[in-house]
Design a protein around this ligand. Structure first.
Ligand code: NAI
Length: 337
């Protein structure tokens, strides 16, 4: 459903946008880290979203060029670039803040290896969000998402402005990959495929639920295990192929734009269902990715896991120690800072 919506506005954009009337009020959206590998294509895709009336592009380097470039696209979003001194203005009045700021992985690194650098970046940016647009929805892309979401939550709790409905770790790329790999393997039309992906966003914490995929195809165990592993290692596949030049950026920007579009549609009164990493009580982990309903205040309902196969039950059990440790690491980072 959301792919169809994205395609619709991309097509409308290519026609000069006369046909792309926004549903609901125009929204102010900020991209923090807008000049990066993800930030640039994501900024372009958000400029093409008819629900956006103002677009703030913030980075510590390179934003004037990106903003000038993106601002020439003939869609309605008023686009402005901001550098270090402009963060407050970039954020003021925002409905949605998307954070892809930070360093990406190089071959041989895990997402957790990024913690030292990205934890501080995310904490400081979220502090500014808490100060300048405390009611905004937050889409956190910066890795390790399993820790950066708890970091954001703890920082906002500290400031007395935490609302669990507003903070989401973006795991849409895991869903995008699972759909692509599942459709490819089974000869299905990828546009008709859905695969929920739950857990977290690193290695074994990524758990695609192929038993709940639609259309349903029964796969031999070895094929199922290979597809699960490929989904879990999708990020590493790209890191290795880029051979030192970063991690997924284009597919990530696409996934983030899909997710942001669903968030905006929810705000505008058309609820959407997406998998995302949020504060959760459906398992033993205080943060967990599962299907949620996105509505006018953000996360309206966290859906439970439904029926799992024995293989998925094992996967769920196996991920818990790593997921819990990553969450605790994030919480402690803010508490002890
Ligand atoms: P990149 O290095 O190309 O871009 C990062 C950008 O962040 C740079 O332009 C940099 O100047 C900016 N930046 C650094 N510190 C900043 C600060 N304090 N404030 C504002 N901007 C700041 O990296 P790339 O490839 O865009 O990746 C960004 C992040 O996204 C990484 O942490 C990466 O691991 C993560 N990622 C997450 C995925 C997900 O599925 N959630 C998938 C792929 C990457």
């Amino acid at each position: 459903q959301s792919s169809a919506a994205l395609l619709k506005w991309a097509q409308a954009a290519s026609r000069g946008f006369a046909a792309a009337a926004a549903s609901g009020p125009g929204r102010k959206v900020a991209v923090l880290g807008a000049a990066g590998g993800i930030g640039q294509p994501l900024s372009m895709l958000m400029k093409m979203n008819a629900q956006v009336s103002q677009l703030s592009l913030y980075d510590i380097a390179g934003t004037p060029g990106v903003a000038a470039d993106v601002s020439h696209i003939n869609t309605k979003a008023q686009t402005k670039g901001y550098d270090k001194d402009g963060l407050a203005e970039a954020l003021r009045g925002c409905d949605l803040v998307i954070i892809p700021a930070g360093v990406p992985r190089k071959p041989g690194m895990t997402r957790d290896d990024l913690f030292k650098i990205n934890a501080g970046i995310v904490r400081d940016l979220v502090e500014a969000v808490g100060k300048h647009c405390p009611g905004a929805l937050l889409n956190i892309i910066s890795n390790p998402v399993n820790s950066t979401v708890p970091i954001a939550a703890e920082q906002l709790k500290r400031m007395g402005v935490y609302d669990k409905r507003k903070i989401m770790g973006v795991t849409t790329l895991d869903v995008v990959r699972a759909k692509t790999f599942y459709a490819e393997k089974n000869g299905l039309d990828v546009a008709s495929v859905d695969v929920p992906v739950v857990g977290g966003h690193a290695g074994v914490t990524i758990l695609p639920l192929f038993s709940q995929a639609t259309p349903k195809v029964s796969m031999p165990q070895d094929v199922l295990e290979a597809l699960t592993k490929r989904t879990q290692d999708g990020g590493t596949e790209v890191v290795q192929a880029k051979a030192g030049k970063g991690s997924a950026t284009l597919s990530m920007a696409y996934a983030a734009a899909l997710f942001a579009d669903s968030c905006l549609r929810g705000l505008n009164g058309t609820p959407a269902v997406e998998c995302t990493y949020v504060e959760s009580t459906i398992t033993d982990a205080p943060y967990f990715a599962s299907k949620v309903k996105l509505s006018t205040e953000g996360v309206d309902k966290v859906f439970d896991l439904g029926t799992l196969s024995d293989y998925e039950k094992e996967g769920l059990k196996a991920m818990m120690p790593e997921l819990l440790a990553s969450i605790e690491k994030g919480v402690q980072f803010v508490k002890s800072g």
